[in-house]
Design a protein around this ligand. Structure first.
Ligand code: ZN
Length: 118
């Protein structure tokens, strides 16, 4: 089962509740909920990670496209992000994995803080 951060019924944000060995996702808006005992440690990780660019990135169309896709910024803003080693995004582990793949594909150099173990 794939669990996203959003309610499949109304797209509101889901709340996570952990009870014993079960994890329940509840929609605060419409009350939709799902419980699962089949989850991975990463789903319980409440840490908010940030991805920050590091030295050694030369702006190219490919890199700018990747950054634009993640941040929603235009190419000029993404170029500034590269020059200033800016923060690309911050979020929970699942999101970080998704974006890490995009950054790796574009051969961008970056750091994840705090230490990312997945
Ligand atoms: Zn809902």
């Amino acid at each position: 089962m794939v669990i996203t951060d959003k309610c499949p019924e109304c797209s509101a944000a889901l709340e996570e509740k952990r009870e014993g060995s079960a994890l329940t996702y509840i929609c605060s808006k419409c009350g939709w909920s799902v419980a699962t005992t089949d989850f991975e440690p990463i789903d319980l990780d409440q840490t908010v990670y940030s991805i920050t660019l590091i030295d050694g990135n030369v702006p190219s169309k490919r890199k700018l496209s990747a950054l634009s896709k993640i941040t929603g910024k235009n190419f000029i803003e993404c170029s500034t992000l590269i020059k200033t080693n800016g923060v690309v995004m911050s979020g929970k582990a699942r999101k970080v994995i998704e974006y890490r793949d995009i950054l790796n594909d574009a051969e961008l150099k970056f750091d994840i803080n705090p230490h990312f173990k997945y």
